[in-house]
Design a protein around this ligand. Structure first.
Ligand SMILES: [Fe+2]
Length: 263
């Protein structure tokens, strides 16, 4: 269990805040929304519009829709253009020093390092291409819940236990963007942490995942994370993952007054 006071002591200048006195969720650390919004509006050369953006075919989209309908999650391998992936990787690398270590072993179980989205990541997840993708998949308007979206670093031994993304109203849909995935054996170990295991609407009780999505750089995962249980297994020695998590609420949903949750 990591407590808020410990996080503040470790990183007193970090703009993040912690709700209540302990970390009850994974992406629940929240940014100062005003300064963050300003960062997005003033981004320039790294905006998605200055890169080719997202790359996927109608067939990719059809498969994504079908997987989401069947399993609640699906992915678009290689959806990030090389230029955008490189820009996001550079930004993530520059933010590694800002990331806070978070660990909890009760209720929701996790261990990882987290920080807020950088300008390039926020511009992507908030931008027209991500919205268009979500509209094409779900046929509704969705808005990024920035305060519970984050950049996550997983290293050896890190993991994110089985969970639903919360609060559900702010996480009607979840996007995961994989920026780095290192250390995979060939063929992959069955115990690798370089996968997302997707279960059902029922909390898993030791059964096999219904869907296993490999974690590959440049891929985008889309899912109904607040309805379908999912987890990242513990990373093996030498394995690393860097990922963005974007939580989206329905555009006609009010913004929740209290920001806390897990994504
Ligand atoms: Fe999640």
């Amino acid at each position: 269990m990591v407590h808020a006071d410990r996080l503040r002591a470790n990183c007193p200048n970090e703009a993040w805040q912690v709700h209540n006195t302990s970390i009850r969720g994974f992406c629940m650390l929240r940014t100062n929304s005003i300064s963050h919004a300003a960062m997005i509006s003033t981004s320039h050369s790294n905006e998605p519009g200055s890169h080719p953006g997202l790359l996927y075919s109608p067939a990719d989209l059809a498969r994504l829709r079908a997987d989401i309908q069947q399993y609640g999650f699906g992915d678009l391998p290689g959806a990030l253009s090389p230029g955008l992936l490189e820009a996001l990787q550079r930004e993530a690398e520059s933010r590694l020093g800002l990331a806070l270590f978070a660990e909890q072993s009760t209720d929701l179980s996790y261990r990882a390092r987290l920080t807020s989205l950088g300008t390039t990541a926020a511009a992507l997840l908030n931008g027209p291409e991500a919205r268009a993708l979500l509209r094409a998949v779900f046929a509704e308007e969705l808005t990024l819940s920035e305060s519970i979206s984050c950049l996550t670093f997983y290293g050896e031994g890190d993991y994110l236990g089985a969970h639903l993304d919360q609060p559900a109203a702010d996480c009607a849909v979840t996007i995961l963007v994989y920026l780095a995935a290192r250390g995979a054996m060939s063929p992959p170990s069955p115990d690798t942490g370089l996968v997302l295991r997707v279960y059902s609407a029922q909390k898993p009780q030791g059964e096999d995942a219904r869907l296993i999505i490999p974690t590959r750089p440049g891929a985008i995962v889309v899912g109904r994370g607040s309805r379908v249980w999912h987890e990242r297994p513990q990373l093996l020695p030498g394995e690393q993952v860097v990922a963005l998590t974007g939580c989206y609420r329905r555009s006609d949903s009010p913004v929740a007054p209290v920001q806390s949750g897990v994504a």
